[in-house]
Design a protein around this ligand. Structure first.
Ligand SMILES: *[C@@H]1O[C@H](CO)[C@@H](O)[C@H](O)[C@H]1NC(C)=O
Ligand SMILES: *[C@@H]1O[C@H](CO)[C@@H](O)[C@H](O)[C@H]1NC(C)=O
Ligand SMILES: *[C@@H]1O[C@H](CO)[C@@H](O)[C@H](O)[C@H]1NC(C)=O
Ligand SMILES: *[C@@H]1O[C@H](CO)[C@@H](O)[C@H](O)[C@H]1NC(C)=O
Ligand SMILES: *[C@@H]1O[C@H](CO)[C@@H](O)[C@H](O)[C@H]1NC(C)=O
Ligand SMILES: *[C@@H]1O[C@H](CO)[C@@H](O)[C@H](O)[C@H]1NC(C)=O
Ligand SMILES: *[C@@H]1O[C@H](CO)[C@@H](O)[C@H](O)[C@H]1NC(C)=O
Ligand SMILES: *[C@@H]1O[C@H](CO)[C@@H](O)[C@H](O)[C@H]1NC(C)=O
Ligand SMILES: *[C@@H]1O[C@H](CO)[C@@H](O)[C@H](O)[C@H]1NC(C)=O
Ligand SMILES: *[C@@H]1O[C@H](CO)[C@@H](O)[C@H](O)[C@H]1NC(C)=O
Ligand SMILES: *[C@@H]1O[C@H](CO)[C@@H](O)[C@H](O)[C@H]1NC(C)=O
Ligand SMILES: CC(=O)N[C@H]1CO[C@H](CO)[C@@H](O)[C@@H]1O
Length: 688
């Protein structure tokens, strides 16, 4: 009975009318005592049990026309994603990590039946995640992170005095959880058995022997198979553990995939632990609890749940820039994709003006605070937003803790990086640490800028301080460029407009040029593919004058992260490491697994709605290759440009090796303590 109600609710306009007409009748069905609406049961609640969220999510049957729409939009959008054929099988060292035939999986999903729309979503979103490409992610705001599902016990991988690695509950776990989850902490306190009841704080620091009866790395590795985002297995392992990040409001605590999940797929976890200062081995069960997202729209039953959260809204689809009045488009309002981009919210004009390369995560950044005792003290006054500057106690090592390559104002950010680094040198710093832990990228030209001002003017920084790129030349992309050449973008607003790009010799394209022709044909993993000519520098000359001399000796520059440095962060780290000889350090990570100092290089990231705007603006929406509008509240990210390699300039940098020079083990005394980590890194690298 319930399904048939949903069938009508999920339908298009016509059945929407039907629904209105029959509203009273269905209302009485819903309120019958035996039929509890599972979405009403979790309406207007902040914290709920994951199984109750699943009951709501799982109450919607698959509507064939909705399923076909999602698959068609995703499939046709992937024609703009540079990497589809590369990702069928990446070259070593990523051949074990990246081998997803996403087009084949879409065909499989298309012909497969699912008992619920949520099951369909799981299969589709996980298939896309198997690309292990954080630029190319499928998100449905109806499900993904509508609730985040938490445990109060984030984990950390520690190395002990005899050099062995053990998984622990983070020492700061209770401090973090009791501050962030004030109103829910009693649920966990009361869930603890026997004498542990109410003693959640004593779990902090505990050594973890088993997770759900198995070795902790069984759980870590299971997660690494589905978390997506990064090519490297080691980096995906590291995503399980807690860490830190500079955000625009200060220092954030990153819970890790064990203690924070984007979907309500686990109800509880059984942990076999040894608490600090105890010899007992204890087994406890902790419930997962789901917290409503601040981005959710409220509902009171399944109908309003679906209408308010699951259908396309402002910014889901693109718009014709030449016919839609700005107030009818989403101009001014943040686009849905910005919720999932791992960078601060941008000013809309900056977001349009300055190209970005940024990782998408199915989990938005949270404002969970790093405990005050772990926050580095005495930032320099030039610190601004995601860029915090410090001088270490040796008075010669400056630190730039950089949580993102984007900030609310491009211009202020660019200036603050120059001022902060200049001030460090004027205070006597002659060596530099750049801590990019969990830096998901941001403005492409900020990555180039930072490379240029640190390393100074030289042939690796001027005029190109980043990577040359190419974009995919699918048939529809070629047509868009032809339409622009014919005058289809008089105001030069589109990404495909030649005025944005330059020849490989870094000379800007003329204003009228079909720059896609001739296309560069390639055979990739046995598939015919086509790309644009090689594109040169797009960032220089910079808007502000860079210093005439380098600010630091790149060989005395250390780039630190947990491997989770993506997109523009990769552009910066790779050019600094491979071209300038900077030292790369990955902190944490399993000792016998290679650690990459960055991942997800890309070149420029974008998404379906942006491509849809390009298509609509040149009147190609009717073309058979044009993706239709999403009917659902969905996002499809893509890599739109791909950077060429440094070691092998003829192939993408994306799947070339980025091994860290040093893998620093995390010990109890430095775990999640940035200042302590920096001092330890200085000892190891400079031998002080
Ligand atoms: C519940 O409803 C009240 C009153 O409308 C509102 O103020 C509150 O924010 C709602 N809470 C949630 C979790 O939606
Ligand atoms: C995806 O698009 C390709 C053409 O690019 C087409 O051959 C294929 O059938 C489509 N797949 C699905 C599931 O629609
Ligand atoms: C899916 O369901 C349809 C309609 O019930 C049926 O015709 C088809 O055979 C099913 N497909 C599979 C793969 O089970
Ligand atoms: C380090 O961990 C290993 C493995 O758990 C353990 O056998 C060893 O006793 C520990 N060493 C110290 C010094 O705690
Ligand atoms: C363990 O004992 C040491 C020494 O007595 C103490 O400093 C520490 O706080 C204790 N740890 C916990 C979690 O109780
Ligand atoms: C549920 O919310 C809708 C608007 O979202 C409102 O029109 C309706 O009256 C509400 N129903 C109940 C039972 O509160
Ligand atoms: C830095 O800012 C603090 C607080 O605003 C101020 O007291 C201090 O004088 C400033 N230091 C410098 C060197 O400008
Ligand atoms: C660093 O500079 C501060 C302030 O100028 C001074 O107090 C301190 O002794 C210096 N430290 C070293 C190791 O030279
Ligand atoms: C860049 O400069 C370095 C040193 O000045 C030189 O060895 C190298 O060949 C130059 N590379 C190019 C591409 O000009
Ligand atoms: C760069 O290449 C383009 C296309 O080949 C050519 O027209 C242009 O003259 C070149 N510019 C320079 C400065 O060599
Ligand atoms: C698409 O086709 C329809 C019907 O053929 C037409 O009414 C509409 O104007 C076309 N739209 C565009 C953007 O060309
Ligand atoms: C505190 C300090 O030294 N501030 C200087 C930082 O750098 C800017 C620009 O170089 C100077 O104007 C500040 O005086």
């Amino acid at each position: 009975m319930f399904s048939s109600v949903k069938t009508i609710l999920l339908s298009t306009q016509l059945s929407g009318l039907l629904c209105l007409a029959l509203g009273a009748e269905y209302q009485s069905i819903l309120s019958a005592p035996v039929e509890v609406d599972p979405c009403a049961a979790i309406a207007n609640k902040t914290w709920v049990a994951p199984q109750d969220v699943r009951a709501c999510f799982g109450s919607f049957p698959v509507k064939p026309e909705i399923k076909d729409n999602i698959i068609e939009v995703v499939n046709k959008t992937l024609a703009f994603h540079t990497s589809v054929n590369y990702q069928r099988l990446a070259p070593p060292p990523f051949d074990f990590d990246v081998h997803e035939d996403v087009i084949g999986d879409l065909a499989r999903i298309s012909s497969q039946n699912y008992s619920t729309d949520f099951d369909l979503h799981l299969d589709l979103s996980r298939s896309v995640k198997r690309l292990n490409d954080g630029h190319c992610v499928y998100i449905n705001l109806c499900y993904d992170s509508l609730f985040l599902t938490y445990l109060p016990t984030p984990l950390i991988l520690l190395t002990n005095a005899t050099g062995d690695q053990n998984v622990h509950i983070a020492a700061e776990a209770f401090t973090v959880a009791s501050a962030e989850f004030k109103e829910e902490i009693d649920v966990w306190q009361n869930a603890l058995p026997g004498k542990l009841r109410g003693q959640l704080s004593t779990l902090s620091g505990a050594k973890v022997f088993l997770i759900d009866g198995k070795s902790p790395f069984d759980a870590v590795n299971q997660n690494a198979l589905i978390t997506g985002g990064y090519q490297s297995f080691g980096t995906r392992q590291n995503s399980y553990f807690s860490s830190y990040q500079v955000v625009s409001s200060g220092w954030n605590y990153f819970m890790g995939n064990f203690a924070q999940m984007s979907l309500p797929l686990a109800d509880s976890v059984e942990l076999t632990i040894q608490r600090a200062n105890s010899t007992d081995i204890e087994t406890i069960t902790l419930p997962y609890r789901s917290r409503i997202s601040p981005f959710a729209s409220s509902w009171n039953d399944s109908t309003t749940f679906f209408e308010n959260n699951c259908v396309a809204g402002l910014g889901t689809n693109g718009h014709d820039l030449y016919t839609t009045a700005p107030d009818l488009s989403n101009a001014g309002a943040p686009r849905p994709i910005s919720i999932f981009q791992q960078q601060p919210r941008l000013h809309p004009s900056d977001a349009r003006k300055h190209r970005q390369n940024v990782i998408l995560d199915t989990m938005p950044q949270q404002n969970i605070e790093l405990p005050p005792t772990l926050i580095p003290q005495s930032p320099l006054n030039e610190s601004w937003s995601v860029a915090q500057f410090f001088m270490l106690n040796d008075n010669r090592t400056g630190v730039l803790a950089l949580g993102s390559f984007a900030a609310s104002s491009f211009d202020d950010f660019q200036r603050s990086l120059l001022d902060g680094l200049t001030n460090l040198t004027s205070k006597g710093a002659d060596r530099l640490i750049v801590d990019v832990t969990n830096n998901g990228g941001g403005f492409i030209c900020i990555a180039h800028w930072l490379h240029r001002i640190i390393a100074g003017p030289k042939n690796s920084t001027e005029p190109q301080a980043g990577l040359d790129t190419t974009t995919r030349a699918g048939p529809l992309a070629q047509l868009i460029v032809k339409e622009i050449e014919k005058g289809g973008d008089p105001d030069k607003q589109l990404l495909y407009n030649p005025t944005n790009w330059a020849y490989a010799n870094h000379t800007k394209f003329p204003e009228t040029l079909d720059w896609m022709q001739p296309v560069v044909k390639k055979i990739i993993n046995g598939q015919s593919d086509a790309f644009s000519q090689r594109l040169g520098n797009e960032c220089q000359p910079f808007q502000i004058e860079p210093p005439a001399e380098r600010l630091f000796d790149p060989k005395k520059t250390i780039i630190i992260s947990n491997g989770r440095c993506a997109s523009s962060c990769s552009l910066f780290s790779i050019t600094m490491s491979k071209e300038e000889g900077a030292t790369t350090v990955v902190v944490g990570g399993k000792a016998d697994v290679p650690q990459q100092y960055c991942g997800i290089v890309g070149g420029q990231s974008t998404d379906f709605s942006t491509m849809d705007t390009e298509i609509k603006s040149v009147n190609l929406k009717n073309h058979s290759l044009a993706p239709p509008d999403f009917k659902t509240n969905s996002i499809q990210g893509i890599t739109w440009r791909l950077g060429f390699g440094i070691d092998d300039p003829s192939e993408p940098e994306e799947w070339q090796d980025h091994p860290a020079d040093l893998n620093l083990r995390l010990t109890e005394d430095i775990a999640n303590n940035p200042a302590a980590i920096w001092e330890r890194v200085v000892e190891y690298v400079f031998g002080d």
